[in-house]
Design a protein around this ligand. Structure first.
Ligand SMILES: Cc1ncc(COP(=O)(O)O)c(C=O)c1O
Length: 410
């Protein structure tokens, strides 16, 4: 895998299940940028996958109150009844989907939900269809679990969305899951009801294929985009669907580590078996905080959305003004995924030829001191991802540096 550093070092051989997997390119770039910053270089890091807002005060207060009440012990294996009730109400209120408490699971982040789900369902050689570009963890987790990621390229022209014909062609007798992430990390593209409908029709014709959806960025959408989760569009798929969500992005709670999902009882039970031997339960204090996040005031979400939209517009228009780059306007999340085909083949002032998007992002880091992530890290080239969850002043400066760096290419 070209976007990975192998974990093998002298004297140590990792288990075969992780032999091809290493530290993600995103973390490598982040570490390199942080080291450069420590050396005094004015590096701007546009790589972070987390909101730059603080966790709301009412949520922090709920956590403190839980500690004072002594809620500091193990909880029920896959979530407290209070949190499951809050999640069930959230699914009904915001998504128009009914999940009973025994159809809900809570884990240490949506990442652990994915891990539990794949561990509980994938046998060696089982295939998981992943529209590409994809969040890097999807394919890595599938591989760790012994599955085969089936990566289907969906470029900017296709709106970074999978088409029904592509899905139909990718399904084999070995297909276990298809995984949708809307709005998407890294592309920011989202599936509206009209985009989902033909894909769900394909799934109706293939009853052995299960549907996994990652709705993590549900609350970060723009321009009146109407978020909808697939099970609400097609209830006939509910008996073989897992609807994943979490508090990390919407409530700026990435460090609290709470993710959750709704799905059929048997799957939820199987996922609990994995969790019971991995973490025993999610953090008690974080669960209490998440109850408040989901049941407390929600109006601040709109303000945060407006702030992200302002920054999205700034980044998209600045990128599109740079010759050689092209950026589709994303419907949601806090990322842009701009094409950089126009700079491939050009030569940097130091005489290095840009052969791939990773050469371009290396050039931006070394010469412009701006850290962004190449499309290759997300399975699609030539593109690069900017996370605009940072201050407007930093974004403006970073975009000016990117423009200057591009102008210096010959
Ligand atoms: C698409 C997507 N899903 C899930 C996650 C994981 O979220 P959590 O913090 O709940 O593990 C992320 C985090 O970057 C993400 O981008």
């Amino acid at each position: 895998m070209d976007n990975r550093t192998k974990t093998e070092e002298a004297g140590f051989t990792p288990a075969s299940r992780i032999a091809a997997i290493g530290v993600s390119k995103i973390l490598q770039i982040g570490a390199r940028a942080a080291a450069m910053k420590k050396d005094g270089l004015p590096v701007i890091i546009l790589g972070a996958g987390e909101p730059d807002f603080d966790t709301p005060d009412n949520v922090k207060a709920a956590a403190k109150a839980a500690i004072d009440r002594g809620e500091t012990k193990y909880t029920a294996l896959d979530g407290t009844p209070e949190l499951k009730k809050a999640i069930s109400e959230k699914f009904r209120r915001e998504n128009d989907v009914d999940y009973a408490l025994d159809e809900i699971t809570v884990a240490t982040g949506a990442k652990q939900i994915l891990f539990n789900a794949f561990m509980a369902t994938i046998d060696p050689g089982d295939e998981v269809i992943i529209p590409t570009p994809y969040w890097t963890s999807y394919s890595d987790i599938v591989e760790i679990c012994g599955g085969v990621p089936v990566l289907i390229p969906c470029d900017a022209e296709a709106g970074f969305r999978l088409k029904a014909e592509q899905l139909e062609r990718a399904i084999t007798p070995k297909t276990r899951w298809v995984l949708f992430n809307s709005p998407s990390n890294p592309s920011g593209a989202a599936y509206g009801e009209a985009n989902y409908r033909p894909l769900l029709d394909v799934l109706l014709r293939h009853p052995h294929v299960w549907l996994m959806v990652d709705d993590m960025y549900e609350h970060i959408v723009y321009d009146g985009f109407r978020f909808v989760t697939p099970v609400a569009i097609e209830p006939r798929l509910k008996s073989r669907a897992l609807t994943i969500n979490g508090v990390s992005k919407a409530y700026a709670m990435t460090g609290w580590r709470i993710g959750y999902a709704g799905g059929p009882k048997a799957l939820i039970k199987a996922m609990a078996v994995i969790q019971s031997q991995a973490t025993s339960c999610p953090s008690s204090v974080s669960q209490a905080a998440s109850v408040e996040a989901l049941t407390g005031p929600q109006d601040f979400l709109k303000d945060r959305q407006a702030s992200f939209k302002h920054r999205r517009d700034l980044v998209v228009s600045a990128l599109n003004a740079i010759p050689g780059l092209a950026c589709r306007t994303p419907e949601g999340a806090f990322y842009t995924f701009a094409g950089c085909a126009g700079v491939i083949g050009k030569v940097t002032p130091k005489g290095r030829r840009i052969e791939a998007d990773s050469d371009f992002t290396d050039y931006l880091l070394e010469d412009a001191h701006v850290a962004v992530v190449p499309g290759s890290a997300f399975g699609l080239s030539p593109y690069f991802r900017i996370s605009y969850a940072t201050s407007e002043a930093e974004l403006t400066e970073a975009l000016k540096r990117i423009a200057d760096a591009c102008a210096k290419l010959a």
